[in-house]
Write a protein that binds this ligand. Structure first.
Ligand SMILES: [Zn+2]
Length: 88
């Protein structure tokens, strides 16, 4: 069981959340070529280590937030609201 620290509700069981994938992706502009759009839509990093992800608290506050998590150990290092930078 994974305990996820929602920045609005506190630590809760992972079954209350939905993962939204990699965080901090930059959406290409309307004039970007197809290759850039394909990278934005279909390519994701798959690190064996630290990754920043978007999570949705579906059974709680129903807000999106970001989590910095180690993909190998599942340790959650920090959670922070959307639009904010992670603590150093
Ligand atoms: Zn919440």
């Amino acid at each position: 069981m994974l305990l996820i620290p929602c920045p609005h509700c506190g630590e809760r069981n992972e079954i209350e959340f939905a993962c939204g994938g990699q965080a901090h992706l930059e959406r290409p502009g309307p004039q970007a070529d197809a290759t850039r759009w394909a990278r934005y839509l279909y390519y994701r990093a798959n690190p064996n280590g630290t990754q920043r992800e978007r999570w949705f608290h579906a059974a709680g506050c129903r807000r999106w937030f970001n989590v910095e998590r180690d993909t190998a150990s599942h340790e959650i290092r920090t959670a922070y609201p959307m639009g904010e930078a992670p603590a150093p």
